[in-house]
Design a protein around this ligand. Structure first.
Ligand SMILES: NC(=O)C1=CN([C@@H]2O[C@H](COP(=O)(O)OP(=O)(O)OC[C@H]3O[C@@H](n4cnc5c(N)ncnc54)[C@H](OP(=O)(O)O)[C@@H]3O)[C@@H](O)[C@H]2O)C=CC1
Ligand SMILES: O=C1O[C@H](COP(=O)(O)O)[C@@H](O)[C@H](O)[C@H]1O
Length: 488
């Protein structure tokens, strides 16, 4: 049982960031912490201690934050007095975790403070960091550690990291972050499914005929090829974000929102995912790599021309696949997953297609057409649309598809926090529900790893697709042979 260790509101908080000069810290974590500070969501007396290898001193680090993080705060959220008071919370400790002990950090962190360690570094450093934190006497029962994804690059390395972290932190102190679980619409999907009763009787085979999950990015790999080229879309996106979305669509209703109740149900889905073999890998998966093309009205380079991509790289920037959740509820329902960089536009959505009426009463109801779809738009729009057939006004019985549309942005006037802000507040408050448990993560690797190995064994290079398009033609063929098409 992983009941979360409850923070003591009486204690001050030290938020300690490893990788404080990294891309993630600059673009996401520090802006999210600023927003939490602006809205009074950090405990009184919080301090942020960033660590990094550069000899900067506190003033130098604050200049870095000004230069690199401020641009990621929108004008409407920027308040100079809040920014200045935020900067006053920040301290900087220079350390190289591979060479130094953490004595300097132990000196900077206050005795009696609650500590949150955010490991925003490559996962290869997690073991060393945790061992050294413990050796420096910084880990106590109140401490929490946040681990960034991807945690490991296969099952064995994930197990190794989990073991190493687990030597010093109890499972209830470990927050394995998947920022998709912090997105408003992803959390809303839980409410849609379990806060309403009308969907539940329909939410199963044979009422649902297929499910599509797309996470399409318009951006390319940018300056991250050093990380990305040895990772690829399967490890970067499918192993975590897409599988977590699939879990929320497919899970049974949990008995409560307690961390283990939710995570037990997600784990059952991961364990019920049909395993791939070489035959199904060749037939039901597609790898792609973007080539020169036009994105956002601009000509952009292909993946092979991006900075630091090794010549002849066979890394996939696109994955599409068909899988099944082998349970009574989802028997024979195909789940199509798709993700890629440099696709037509940024668009993440879940599309649930319902079975057609068993008999076609209306002449225009084509046997192949889909009458009812539930479209859950995750980003950039946040909306839930139910497509139904309706009669066109006029004589005759002509019908058309119309959408019952819930625009979540206009339905709620409240400010919408970014995923990282919401999840950081969860960490501060000791709420584990939207973080992954060790067995979930390992089950995801158990399913993903044979696919990656199979690709290696098959030795096929990824299929090229032009930047600004929706992936290689094989991805469309994957659905077409089942009589479906990707929903745009
Ligand atoms: N960037 C993103 O959008 C996302 C990143 N992640 C994950 O977050 C983690 C960090 O990513 P990202 O910020 O992009 O990576 P970066 O390479 O930009 O940052 C890594 C940081 O780790 C520091 N570091 C490396 N070696 C040491 C060392 N020996 N001692 C101390 N610090 C060290 C680097 O310090 P120095 O500055 O001195 O090189 C750098 O600040 C990765 O696991 C990534 O997969 C997850 C989701 C999104
Ligand atoms: O974890 C990651 O996610 C981003 C996409 O996140 P989003 O919130 O912008 O949809 C992706 O670009 C990155 O490669 C990956 O590491």
């Amino acid at each position: 049982m992983t009941s979360s260790a409850q923070p003591d509101p009486g204690l001050p908080l030290d938020m300690i960031i490893f990788g404080g000069m990294g891309d993630l810290a600059a673009r996401k974590l520090l802006p999210a912490l600023y927003m939490a500070h602006l809205h009074g969501n950090l405990p009184h007396g919080t301090r942020i201690i960033s660590t990094g290898r550069q000899e900067l001193g506190r003033e130098g680090y604050l200049a870095f934050v000004e230069e690199k993080s401020r641009a990621f705060i929108s004008a409407e959220n920027f308040a100079d007095d809040a920014w200045q008071s935020f900067l006053r919370l920040i301290d900087y400790v220079r350390l190289d975790v591979q060479q130094d002990d953490l004595a300097a950090l132990a000196q900077a962190s206050r005795g009696g403070a609650e500590r949150v360690f955010y490991l925003a570094t490559a996962p290869a450093l997690f073991t060393t960091i945790c061992d050294k934190l413990a050796a420096a006497g910084l880990v106590d029962r109140q401490a929490r550690v946040v681990l960034e994804k991807p945690l490991g690059r296969d099952l064995a390395s994930a197990v190794e990291i989990n073991e190493a972290v687990g030597r010093h932190f109890a499972e209830s102190q470990i927050y394995r972050i998947d920022h998709y679980l912090g997105k408003e619409t992803v959390q809303n999907l839980m409410v849609l499914r379990f806060g309403n009763s009308i969907l539940e009787p329909l939410w199963r085979a044979p009422n649902i005929s297929s499910v599509q999950i797309t996470v399409a990015e318009e951006v390319g790999v940018g300056s991250r090829a050093g990380f990305y080229d040895s990772t690829g879309a399967m490890r970067d996106m499918v192993q975590n974000h897409l599988l977590q979305l699939l879990c929320i669509v497919a899970m049974e209703p949990p008995s409560s929102l307690a961390p283990d109740a939710v995570r037990d149900e997600k784990l059952k889905v991961l364990r019920a995912l049909r395993r791939f073999n070489l035959g199904t890998i060749a037939r039901d998966t597609v790898r792609g790599q973007y080539r020169r093309g036009v994105a956002g009205n601009q000509e952009v380079p292909g993946y092979p021309e991006e900075p630091n991509v090794p010549a002849g790289s066979g890394t996939e920037t696109f994955v599409a696949l068909r899988t099944y959740v082998d349970t009574w509820r989802w028997s024979k329902v195909p789940f199509y997953l798709r993700t890629g960089k440099r696709m037509g536009r940024r668009s993440s959505k879940i599309v649930v297609e319902f079975a057609n009426p068993p008999f076609s009463l209306f002449p225009e109801q084509s046997p192949g057409g889909v009458a009812n779809r539930l479209v859950i738009e995750l980003q950039p729009e946040e909306a839930i649309k139910l497509q139904v057939m309706a009669k066109e006004p006029g004589s005759g019985m002509h019908m058309q598809q119309v959408a019952l549309n819930l625009d979540l942005q206009s339905a709620f006037s409240q400010r919408r926090a970014e995923a990282y802000e919401r999840l950081l507040i969860d960490v501060v408050r000791g709420r584990l529900t939207h973080f992954m448990r060790r067995d979930e993560l390992e089950a995801a690797w158990e399913w993903v790893e044979p696919i990656i190995d199979g690709w290696g064994a098959l030795g096929e290079p990824p299929r090229p697709y032009a930047a600004g398009t929706w992936g290689p033609p094989e991805s469309f063929a994957l659905l077409a042979r089942d009589g479906y098409s990707w929903f745009e």
